[in-house]
Design a protein around this ligand. Structure first.
Ligand code: ADP
Length: 671
C-alpha cells in the first residue's frame, strides 16, 4: 500500500446519473464481464455477484451473499475501506477506487493479490447500490515489472553501445531514429538529439547494395542482414560502412525496432582500391613485357629464390627444354622430372653448382655466354650459350604473366637467364674442326720429310759426308729445323684439339713421380731463356701421381713456356710442387712476374684460339690453343687447372692431379 502509483486503465470520473435496473434484468449480464463484479447495498452487504468473483476470490456464491464487501480485502484494510465506502455512498459517481494506491484483494485461502477496483453507482430495484468491478492485476503487475527490468537493461546496453567505436543506432520499423550512440555522432556529425526522430536513410542519403524492401524482407525472415552501405555525413563527406542490422521483436513477435551497427571501412576500401589499381597497372606492364619477350627468338626466363623457381618464361623457352617448366617449380625438380641433362661443351655432365642459372640464382654471379649442352627428354641435344644475370631483389611479381596469383616472397633474389641456340655455330665449328684435322694430318707427312731432310743434311755434313757447307748454309739449315719444329708443335696442337673434340684423346696412365717430372721440364725450358730465372720449390722428395707422364709434361711445358713467353721483361718463374694430403692430390703452381691477364678476359682465357689483348699488343706470337688443351688434359686426369692473375703484375697457374690411391712402396716409379 506504500508505493504511490498512477492507475492507468480506469476511465475518468463521471458525474452522469446512476443507471437504473432491476435485479432480474442485470443478472444475465453480470457473467459476461471478465472482471469480478460485486453489487453491494447501502449497508455494504453483497447482494449480487458474478461467476468470475467466485473464480477470482475462491469463495462459493453462498459464502459471499449477505457478507460485507470488506470480506474480499485483507483485514488490515477493512476498517479504512468501510469508511471509504460509506463516504462514497454519500456522493456516488463512477470512479476508480484508491487512485495512487496499490490495492490488494484477499482470497478465501488468505492469499493476497493486486487488484484494481472501479465503482459505479447503480439504482437496483430503485435503491442506491454500488457495483464494484474488481480486476485481478497479478499478470499485469508481473508484466509491468518485466518492462521495468527491460527498460533498465536497455539503458545499460545503451551505455555499453556508447562505448563502442562503431556507429550504432536503433530505429523503428519506419526507420525513424530512436537511439543514436556517440560512435554515430562521431562518424556522421549529427548529435543524438538532432538525429532522433529523423528517417535514418534520408538523413544519411544511404545507398544500398540491394533494394531496401529486399533488406527488410530478409530482416522479417531471418532477423538480420549484413552488407556494405555508402552514406553521406553532415559535412558532405561520403563514407563506406560495413553494416549489420538486427531486428528487435516484442513478446508477440512483432518487429518493433531495428538496430544498425555500422563500421567505417572507407580507408580500408580506399587502400584496397589503390592496391587494385597498382596491381592492374603492374599486370598490364607485365603482359606487355611478356609480349616483348615472346617476340624474341632466344629463350628468356626469370627465376627466383635459391632453388631457382620459375617466375616467367617466354615462348622460346619451352622449345629449348623440350618440356614445359611449371611456374614456381624449382629448376632441379623440373630437370629431374623430365629427365633433362646439362653438359659442358665437351659433353661432360655439369654438376648443379655449375649451371649458369643456379650460379646466378644462388650466388648472385653474372655468367656470360657459358656453353651448355641440353639433352632433352626425347634424347635430342641442343648446344646453347647461357647468360644469367642476378637482378636486385624484387618486392613482388604477380600474376597474368606467370599465370598464377602467387607473388615471390618479399626480398627473394631474381635471376634473368637467356639461352642462345648455337646449333648452327656448332655445325660450322664441327666443319672447321674437321678441316683443321684434315689439314693438320696432311701437313704431318711433308713436315716429317722436311724435318728429316734438314736433320740429315746437318748430321751428315757434321760427319763430313759430302762437301762441307758454307756457314750461311748451316745457319739456313738450322733456321729450317727450328721453323719445322714450331710447325710440328703447331700441327700436334691442332691434332690434339680435333682429338679432344672428337673424344679420341686417350691417356696412358702410369704412376709417376711428379717432382722429377716438373724439374726436368723446368730445366729444359730454362735453356730457352736468358731473361728469366727458373726455380722449382718442393718439400717432398717424391709425390707419385696417377698420370699420363707425356701429357702432363706437355701441360707443364706449356705453362712454364707461357710464364717465360709472357714475361718479356724477364723476372723469376717459380714452380712449386706440394701435396694436398686430405684430398689425395698433388698440386703444382707456376708463377711469373710478367704481363698478367686483363680481368675482363679471365672468363674466356681457356677457350680455343683465345688470346689476351695485352699479349697481342706486345707482339708475342701464339695460337691460343695451349691453355685449352692443358685444361682438357688435366680434367681428363680428374684434376683441375685454374689461375690467378693481375695485369702488369703477375700470373699464377695452378694444377691439381690425383695421387695414386695405394701406397707405391715397391712400385717402379717412372720419371
Ligand atoms: P698462346 O699460344 O697464345 O700462348 P695459350 O692458350 O697458351 O696460347 O694462352 C692463351 C693466352 O693466355 C695467351 O695468348 C696469353 O694472352 C694468355 N696467357 C697465358 N699464359 C699467360 C701468362 N703466364 N701471363 C700472361 N698471359 C698469359
Amino acid at each position: 500500500m506504500s508505493n504511490a502509483r498512477a492507475s492507468q486503465n480506469t476511465s475518468a470520473s463521471s458525474l452522469s446519473a446512476p443507471l437504473s435496473i432491476s435485479s432480474t434484468t442485470i443478472l444475465p449480464f453480470l457473467d459476461i464481464s471478465p472482471d469480478a463484479l460485486v453489487i453491494i447495498n447501502h449497508a455494504g452487504t453483497i447482494v449480487l455477484m458474478n461467476r468470475q468473483t467466485e473464480a477470482v476470490f475462491g469463495y462459493a456464491r453462498s459464502e459471499l451473499l449477505g457478507q460485507p464487501l470488506e470480506l474480499l480485502l485483507p483485514e488490515r484494510f477493512r476498517e479504512v475501506h468501510t469508511r471509504h465506502r460509506e463516504r462514497y455512498f454519500s456522493t456516488p459517481r463512477t470512479r476508480p477506487m484508491g487512485i495512487g494506491l496499490d490495492l490488494v484483494g484477499r482470497r478465501k485461502d488468505g492469499a493476497e493479490f493486486p487488484v484494481e477496483i472501479s465503482l459505479n453507482p447503480l439504482l437496483l430495484d430503485d435503491a442506491l447500490h454500488v457495483i464494484a468491478a474488481i480486476r485481478d492485476m497479478t499478470a499485469q503487475r508481473v508484466a509491468d515489472r518485466k518492462r521495468l527490468q527491460q527498460g533498465e537493461q536497455i539503458r545499460q546496453q545503451a551505455e555499453l553501445i556508447n562505448l563502442a567505436h562503431d556507429a550504432i543506432f536503433i530505429r523503428d520499423p519506419v526507420s525513424r531514429v530512436l537511439f543514436w550512440n556517440t560512435g554515430a555522432e562521431d562518424l556522421y556529425g549529427w548529435t543524438a538529439q538532432e538525429a532522433q526522430g529523423r528517417i535514418s536513410y534520408s538523413l544519411l542519403q544511404t545507398r544500398f547494395p540491394i533494394s531496401l524492401a529486399a533488406i527488410e524482407a530478409q530482416i522479417e525472415r531471418a532477423g538480420q542482414w549484413e552488407g556494405e552501405l555508402v552514406q553521406t555525413c553532415r559535412n558532405g563527406s561520403v563514407v563506406i560502412v560495413e553494416s549489420r542490422w538486427a531486428g528487435v521483436r516484442d513478446e508477440q513477435g512483432r518487429l518493433t525496432a531495428i538496430m544498425e551497427v555500422n563500421r567505417d571501412i572507407t580507408r580500408r576500401r580506399q587502400l584496397e582500391q589503390a592496391a587494385q589499381s597498382v596491381q592492374t597497372e603492374t599486370a598490364a606492364r607485365l603482359a606487355f613485357l611478356q609480349q616483348v619477350l615472346d617476340a624474341l627468338p632466344s629463350s628468356v626466363y626469370l627465376v627466383y629464390g635459391p632453388d631457382a623457381r620459375l617466375l616467367l618464361a617466354n615462348r622460346a623457352a619451352a622449345s629449348v627444354w623440350g618440356a614445359g617448366w611449371q611456374v614456381d617449380q624449382p629448376m632441379l625438380e623440373f630437370l629431374t622430372t623430365h629427365g633433362i641433362g646439362l653438359f659442358d661443351a665437351q659433353g661432360h655432365p655439369l654438376s648443379s653448382e655449375q649451371y649458369a642459372t643456379l650460379r646466378a640464382a644462388q650466388r648472385g654471379e653474372t655468367v656470360l655466354q657459358q656453353q651448355e649442352l641440353i639433352r632433352r627428354p626425347d634424347g635430342s641435344s641442343l648446344p646453347v650459350l647461357v647468360s644469367a644475370v642476378a637482378l636486385p631483389a624484387q618486392r613482388q611479381w604477380s600474376g597474368p604473366l606467370a599465370e598464377t596469383e602467387q607473388q615471390t616472397p618479399v626480398g627473394e633474389a631474381v635471376a634473368l637467364v637467356m639461352h642462345q641456340d648455337v646449333t648452327a655455330l656448332k655445325e660450322a665449328e664441327y666443319l672447321k674442326d674437321e678441316f683443321v684435322g684434315i689439314v693438320a694430318h696432311e701437313l704431318r707427312t711433308p713436315l716429317a720429310a722436311l724435318k728429316g731432310f734438314a736433320d740429315m743434311l746437318l748430321v751428315q755434313t757434321a760427319r763430313q759426308r759430302g762437301s762441307a757447307l758454307a756457314e750461311w748454309q748451316k745457319e739456313a739449315l738450322e733456321e729450317i729445323e727450328l721453323a719445322t719444329n714450331r710447325l710440328v708443335r703447331l700441327t700436334e696442337d691442332l691434332l690434339d684439339v680435333t682429338r679432344l673434340q672428337a673424344g679420341r684423346l686417350h691417356l696412358q696412365r702410369t704412376p709417376t713421380n711428379a717432382i722429377p717430372l716438373g724439374q726436368s721440364v723446368a730445366a729444359l725450358q730454362e735453356q730457352t731463356t736468358t731473361r728469366n730465372r727458373l726455380e722449382v720449390r718442393t718439400t717432398q722428395p717424391e709425390l707419385v701421381a696417377d698420370i699420363d707422364p707425356g701429357r702432363i709434361e706437355q701441360v707443364l711445358t706449356n705453362l712454364i713456356g707461357n710464364a717465360i713467353k709472357y714475361s718479356p721483361q724477364g723476372g723469376p718463374v717459380t714452380i712449386t710442387i706440394w701435396e694436398e694430403t686430405a684430398a689425395r692430390l698433388v698440386g703444382i703452381s707456376v708463377q711469373d712476374r710478367g704481363l698478367g691477364i686483363p680481368k675482363r678476359q679471365h672468363g674466356q682465357i681457356f677457350g680455343r684460339f683465345m688470346r689476351a689483348d695485352n699479349a697481342q699488343a706486345w707482339g708475342i706470337s701464339g695460337t691460343g690453343l695451349g691453355l685449352y688443351i692443358c685444361r682438357e688434359l688435366v680434367e681428363r686426369h680428374g684434376g683441375q687447372l685454374w689461375f690467378e692473375s693481375e695485369e702488369d703484375a703477375s700470373s699464377t697457374f695452378f694444377v691439381t692431379l690425383p695421387l695414386v690411391s695405394v701406397p707405391q712402396a715397391d712400385h717402379e716409379v717412372s720419371s
